[in-house]
Design a protein around this ligand. Structure first.
Ligand SMILES: [Zn+2]
Ligand SMILES: [Zn+2]
Length: 528
């Protein structure tokens, strides 16, 4: 008699009857099996399985009819849901924090620029006012020269009117230019405008009846200035904003992003030189939340860390550093550290490595206790054979992962897609993996030749750059403690769900190692 199994869990399961092979059932899909004793197991925890021998006709549900497995399946679903929800909230908060930092920085930049503008304008306006006063009051004690004085007055009141009309009025432009100082700056400019008019009145009085005609030269110019001032006031009140102001804002924002990256995301490590003090020497960057926590606590002086992250967009991202000949690495003299680390020059450069070396040396000299953090549940695993094999092993991994494209054309992948692979959630949890990416990784490993799959499996536990870091510590004979990163994960039940043989897979849909330490995706999204 045949039975239909319906997977109503969010997790992928596998089923078989007495004779058959394991067949995957993705969420919301069902499978017909001819046999009687049906066995079901979880893809992510194959050791949890259960047999259903019930004489039940119709549909067997994965969440109800398989005892232990049904219980564990529902439990895992709940854990995954909590983990992805937490991760989503964390990402949103991190994104929000970054936007706030950028806004704050943009404001700081604007105020600094605003102050420069105010100083320049004040200098010019004061000078014009001085000319006007000298001409009106005859401070220099020279003989009266009304025509010359009138000419000076026309020139200076004209320019004064232009500047005060433009900068003393409340417009979007003056707001943007002077930032937080806009109110005070405008008040000062307007006072100087009034002083200018007062000087003209004085001059009119000085020239008296004899030179009455001089008034006909400078007062119309002053009138034009006043008109220009009123025109700008009206424009400001109507909220006109020129194209130029948008460009100005963009410029500030880009600068602010740069500054935020350089000051808050860029991380050069901070070693606390103290005997016996634990010092984080290597860190798996794919746990973004944990990385943020590490950076925060290191900056606060609570944690000592030698790890370095120079993100894209900061000054020394993509810079390379020559290998000192004293290291005795058999490479050509022009080679940079990328060669022993990765086997080829990398776009993110190797300048971070020299900083890391300095930090580690400092930690070792001060007698700190080095700590290497491994992927959750994989402490001590994923090392390369030696520092000399870091590069060839990296190239080999890249080559194998390069086959992913070929895999996606394969009948195995197409069959999985037809069975509902895309029904798995793509929401990420704290290790940046999703149910979908982990399943893809499992399928990819199953498709690869056995030897290559085993090679990839054995390499799990440390991130790409970490492998070189750890091999370097071994090469130098520096002692370190192997630590599981899960103690840094925010959630209480992370420890329960971590040990899955394929669990700690990188998301295969994103390029391998876009940046050193595979650090935060929302940091990358900062790139315009
Ligand atoms: Zn390099
Ligand atoms: Zn795996």
């Amino acid at each position: 008699m045949a039975a239909e199994i319906f997977n109503d869990l969010a997790a992928p399961v596998e089923a078989k009857d007495e004779s058959g092979e394991w067949k995957v059932i993705y969420p919301t899909k069902s499978l017909m099996l001819p046999g009687r004793a049906l066995t079901l197991r979880l893809r992510e925890e194959p050791t949890v399985l259960d047999i259903c021998e019930r004489e039940k006709h119709g549909v067997l549900k994965a969440s109800e009819d398989f005892g232990q497995l049904s219980l564990r399946g529902k439990q895992m679903d709940a854990e995954e849901r909590r983990a992805t929800e937490r991760e989503k909230v964390r990402r949103e908060e991190a994104c929000q924090r970054q936007l706030e930092q950028i806004a704050k920085e943009a404001r700081r930049i604007r105020n600094r620029l605003g102050m420069s503008w105010i100083i320049i304008l004040e200098t010019v306006i004061s000078l014009l006012l001085l000319i006007l006063l000298v001409a009106a009051v005859r401070l220099d004690g020279r003989a009266p020269q009304p025509p010359f004085e009138a000419a000076m007055a026309v020139l200076s009141i004209g320019l004064l009117g232009f500047f005060v009309g433009r900068c003393g009025t409340k417009t979007a432009r003056s707001d943007a230019t002077f930032g937080d100082y806009a109110c005070c700056a405008r008040a000062a400019f307007n006072c100087e405008g009034i002083l200018g008019l007062a000087a003209l009145a004085l001059m009119t009085w000085q020239h008296g009846a004899e030179f009455w005609w001089t008034s006909l030269t400078f007062w119309p110019v002053a009138g034009c200035g006043l008109g220009w001032w009123i025109y700008n006031c009206r424009r400001g009140a109507l909220g006109h904003l020129g194209e130029l102001d948008h460009d100005y804002d963009r410029f500030e924002e880009e600068q602010a992003r740069d500054h935020v990256k350089n000051r808050t995301i860029r991380f050069e490590g901070r070693v606390i030189p103290e005997r016996g003090r634990p010092c984080v020497a290597s860190w798996p960057g794919k746990y973004e939340g944990a990385w943020e926590a590490l950076v925060r606590r290191t900056r606060a002086g609570e944690v000592s860390a030698a790890v370095v992250f120079l993100p894209d967009g900061t000054a020394d991202h993509g810079c390379h550093a020559r290998i000192p000949t004293a290291e005795g690495l058999s490479h050509d003299p022009g080679a940079c550290w990328c060669i022993p680390l990765y086997g080829e020059p990398k776009p993110w450069g190797c300048r971070w490595w020299t900083q890391w070396l300095r930090n580690v040396e400092m930690a070792v000299e001060s007698g700190a206790e080095l700590e290497v953090y491994f992927f959750a549940g994989l402490a001590g695993r994923g090392k390369v054979q030696s520092f000399d094999s870091a590069a060839p092993e990296h190239l080999r991994r890249e080559e194998i992962y390069g086959k992913l494209r070929e895999f996606k054309e394969s009948p195995q992948f197409k069959a999985a897609s037809a069975q509902g692979l895309d029904g798995l959630s793509r929401e990420r949890r704290e290790d940046s993996s999703s149910r979908h990416s982990r399943e893809l990784h499992r399928l990819f490993l199953a498709w690869l030749p056995k030897e290559e799959a085993e090679f990839l499996e054995a390499s799990e536990g440390l991130g790409n750059s970490q492998k070189a870091e750890v091999a370097w510590l071994d090469r130098k004979g520096y002692q370190y403690r192997e630590v599981d990163v899960s103690m840094w994960l925010s959630d209480a039940d992370a420890g329960l769900e971590v040990h899955q043989p394929h669990g700690a897979a990188d998301d295969l849909s994103t390029p391998r190692m876009p940046i050193p330490h595979e650090v935060p995706a929302d940091i990358q999204s900062l790139d315009p």
